[in-house]
Design a binder for this molecule. Structure first.
Ligand code: HAM
Length: 420
């Protein structure tokens, strides 16, 4: 876990970088008419067991789970979708006109081994669309993510897509995979052996080189897809073409969560030093709403890891907008001028201008230095003489011009000068 600081040696851990990414996310999501939703950071552990899946790494090894004072098992959310679906069902949003299009941003928690781009508290932008089977929605969800990356200025993002079928075709595919891997059982990496009968698809994305080599010869899911799933994949691809989204079809793409049906996809980009180049992933989860106690209603969405996006932005030397500058730094001298400055500062701030002064009894020269460091647009000097005449000397730091401005005209003066 790490702090996001006003200033940090690593740019991506600075608040201004986070705000840029977050505001871009909101703008893009809202343009696609997704509405923001905020759900709690904790849920009943049972929700993740049912939703994400009992045999997934996330649920088996990575959750922060504790018992609350009433003896209930609670977990910090390891991902967003399960909680969003719980909320969709709990508020009976399914009974309203569909589709429902939501997005969210916030921290998620997984007890993973730390690496570059992998943290125990990390942040996601997620979008979820409920209530429609239309493959156009799958394609638009994928395109939304791409537009987000584009508007951030991130280059070289690849989309990989696959169709992981409906539960029936997947069951047949599972059998075929077990039959294929069984003869190699002793050669497989330990975690792959453990998964063989429980979730053999996960062996396909094993990081172990020898297991990976064996997996290369495994049958493809495409051979097991129903007509419907195949048509679905083709439709999504066609819509992606219309939207101008470049993608690569990857029949080995599997996701680490159990709820996916049909479309599955991932966004990848190079992050040097990071093992993981996946900056986001998602797909359809047509059975999840029902699994969580709602009606039979489909959903599609993605989650993007903001740390990884930020690391990639830093690597690509993307220029992030500067924080807004200080409008006015007020230089004061004795008790009387400091007192008056409080009134004037308050007026400026009420008028929407940012204003600051010294609180450490610094000499004028030192105060000027601070004004410089803060890149103040205007420096307002309030000395004894000015106080006596109800005026203040205002220096425009860009043009160098300086004028005596009556107290009651200070706000208007700075507003007009600033607008020039
Ligand atoms: P996920 O693939 O588990 O999917 O996570 C999505 C993204 O979150 C990953 O691609 C990665 O960028 C980021 N991420 C995951 N774990 C970490 C970590 N420990 N540190 C940093 N970043 C991480 C989901 O979570 C699904 N809920 C996505 C989804 C939404 N599918 C449908 N709707």
């Amino acid at each position: 876990m790490f702090d996001v600081m006003p200033k940090d040696e690593e740019n991506w851990r600075q608040v201004q970088w986070w705000r840029f990414v977050e505001s871009t996310a909101r703008t893009v999501a809202e343009r696609f008419r997704f509405q923001e939703v905020r759900t709690p950071l904790v849920e009943y552990t049972e929700l993740f067991k049912r939703g994400v899946g009992d045999t997934t790494d996330i649920v088996e090894k990575e959750m922060y789970t504790f018992t609350d004072r009433a003896g209930r098992s609670i977990s910090l959310r390891p991902e967003g979708t399960a909680g969003i679906v719980r909320s969709f069902v709990g508020h009976k949003v399914y009974a309203q006109p569909q589709p429902t299009k939501w997005f969210y941003m916030g921290p998620m928690y997984r007890y993973e081994r730390q690496q570059v781009g992998r943290y125990r508290q990390f942040h996601q932008l997620g979008v979820e669309a409920f209530g429609s089977f239309d493959p156009a929605l799958d394609a638009e969800v994928i395109a939304l993510g791409m537009q987000f990356f584009e508007e951030l200025g991130l280059k070289g993002v690849q989309v990989e897509i696959n169709n992981v079928g409906d539960p029936e075709s997947r069951a047949r595919y599972f059998e075929a995979l077990i039959a294929y891997f069984e003869p190699y059982k002793e050669e497989l990496a330990e975690d792959a052996q453990n998964r063989l009968y429980r979730n053999p698809m996960r062996i396909l994305d094993s990081k172990d080189p020898h297991t990976h080599e064996i997996a290369m010869g495994a049958p493809s899911i495409l051979e097991y897809l129903s007509e419907d799933s195949r048509a679905n994949l083709e439709a999504v691809k066609q819509y992606l073409d219309i939207l101008g989204v470049n993608y690569v079809q990857n029949d080995r793409l599997v996701r680490g969560l159990d709820y996916y049906t049909q479309t599955a996809f991932e966004y990848m980009v190079d992050i040097p030093g990071a093992q993981a180049s996946t900056i986001g992933g998602g797909g359809r989860y047509n059975g999840l709403v029902q699994e969580v106690g709602g009606p039979d209603m489909p959903g599609v969405g993605f989650g993007v890891g903001l740390e990884r996006v930020l690391l990639a932005l830093e690597e690509q030397k993307v220029v992030v907008p500067e924080p807004s500058r200080l409008d006015c730094y007020m230089i004061t001298f004795d008790q009387a001028t400091k007192r008056k400055s409080m009134e004037l500062l308050a007026e400026l701030r009420r008028a929407g201008l940012s204003a600051e002064r010294d609180y450490l009894d610094r000499k004028m020269k030192a105060q000027m230095k601070v004004a410089d460091r803060e890149q103040a647009r205007f420096v307002a000097i309030l000395g004894e003489d000015e106080l006596a005449q109800n005026t203040i000397q205002v220096k425009n730091m860009e043009t160098g011009t300086q004028e005596a401005v009556p107290f009651d005209q200070l706000v208007t003066y700075i507003q007009t000068e600033k607008g020039r």
